[in-house]
Design a protein around this ligand. Structure first.
Ligand SMILES: CC(C)(COP(=O)(O)OP(=O)(O)OC[C@H]1O[C@@H](n2cnc3c(N)ncnc32)[C@H](O)[C@@H]1OP(=O)(O)O)[C@@H](O)C(=O)NCCC(=O)NCCS
Length: 358
């Protein structure tokens, strides 16, 4: 029987702080587990790049770590949004492959449940990357789009604990650079489709003052208007202060954020945006983060215009990265159609799981 201990991880103020060593080790454990599941280390975020997420006062997180002989071998994250009346809690449990089937995952799960119970939340949810298992029996998504391997350890782990699969997510990868001729054709077609009613605006880093209110609305709608299937997501309350606070946190990361937004010219309001997170090392892939077009402006190829314009901005300002990676709901056909048209190909699948308690 391998002995292990569990404790709460202290979140350092900066990555250079004297107490940051455990946070750095925990992040490497996270990355090793993720790379094992997806089969590539291309999704890796370095400790200094992840630290700003842990300092988000709007979505506080608690991290438990398990040690064997002093070494961190597993982690469990509890995250609960601060929105008034929200009932959802998010679990993320991972054990290094060499330390599985020792009861560590179960013990961490029970401790997250205890935190969740004390927090009074009744909806436990988890996003999980499922390791590919070609030819294995599949568990279909209730959305009718996608499936995950039914007999994988994580699938069994979650089902035995009363979680149900609610949604499948696709991990996609776009090799860079795209073919220049077809890229230029697609961008001019999307620009023509948008016509004179819309205008592309772009910035790096902090949101320009004039777009703070617009970005607050877009972030709010991102939390309610992207497909979440049977998962329960709190409607996030965003104002200009929250956008600015996010900007300031991201400025402490070594990554650079490139934002492209679309302005509706007549009303001078933003109606869509997309965000690329660029790591400092050119040999690492870029992470495609949020993309949203407001419902009332959909169907005008603005999603394609946003993504192509931001990729062009990337090529102009940060050329040389090998790829862009992204996550999308498998039932989100409009977004997947845009990505496939640009050249993204699927490289992995994740699941969104839910358990109701109380
Ligand atoms: C899922 C995971 C956290 C389990 O961690 P673990 O420390 O191996 O879990 P435990 O030793 O406590 O095992 C608990 C139960 O998980 C299930 N399980 C784990 N591995 C399994 C396997 N290879 N086959 C079938 N069931 C398995 C069983 O129900 C097991 O109970 P049992 O040993 O009494 O049969 C681990 O496999 C992991 O880190 N996977 C990658 C990250 C991930 O997918 N996390 C999802 C959970 S949020």
């Amino acid at each position: 029987m391998t002995a292990f201990t569990i404790e709460e991880l202290a979140i350092p103020a900066t990555i250079d702080a004297p107490d940051a060593a455990d946070f750095i080790d925990m992040t490497h454990v996270r990355n090793e587990i993720e790379a094992d599941a997806v089969g590539t280390s291309e999704l890796t975020y370095e400790p200094a790049e992840l630290l700003p997420n842990w300092q988000d006062p709007y979505s506080p997180q608690t991290c438990l770590i398990a040690r064997v002989d002093g070494r961190i071998v597993a982690r469990a994250v509890y995250e609960a949004p601060v929105e008034e009346g929200s009932t959802d809690a998010w679990f993320d449990i991972g054990v290094l492959p060499a330390f599985r089937r020792l009861g560590i995952g179960s013990t961490l799960f029970e401790q997250l449940v205890a935190i969740c119970t004390a927090d009074g939340r009744t909806v436990q949810q988890s996003y999980v990357i499922h390791k590919r298992s070609d030819g294995a029996a599949q568990l279909p998504s209730p959305t009718g789009f996608g499936s995950v391997p039914r007999d994988n350890p994580e699938t069994q782990f979650l089902r035995k604990r009363g979680f149900a699969l609610e949604q499948v997510e696709r991990v996609s990868r776009l090799p860079l650079p795209p073919d220049p001729a077809s890229f230029a054709t697609a961008l001019s077609a999307a620009t023509a489709a948008a016509g004179d009613d819309y205008r592309v605006v772009q910035w790096t880093g902090r949101t320009p003052q004039k777009w703070l209110a617009g970005m607050a609305l877009l972030h709010r709608r991102m939390s309610t208007d992207s497909p979440s299937a049977g998962l329960e997501l709190s409607a996030e309350a965003w104002d200009e202060g929250r956008v600015r606070a996010l900007d300031e946190r991201l400025m402490t990361s070594p990554r650079t954020h490139l934002v492209t937004a679309v302005e509706h010219v007549r009303t001078r309001t933003l109606v869509g945006f997309t965000d690329l997170s660029v790591p400092p090392e050119t040999e690492r892939p870029v992470d495609q983060q949020d993309t949203l077009v407001l419902k009332e402006h959909r169907g005008r190829r603005l999603g394609l215009l946003l993504k192509l314009s931001n990729l062009q901005y990337l090529a102009q300002s940060h050329a040389g990265h090998p790829a862009v990676t992204t996550f999308n709901a498998e039932e989100n056909r409009p977004m997947l159609a845009v990505n496939e048209a640009i050249g993204f190909v699927p490289v992995g699948y994740g699941g969104g799981w839910k358990r109701l308690v109380g």
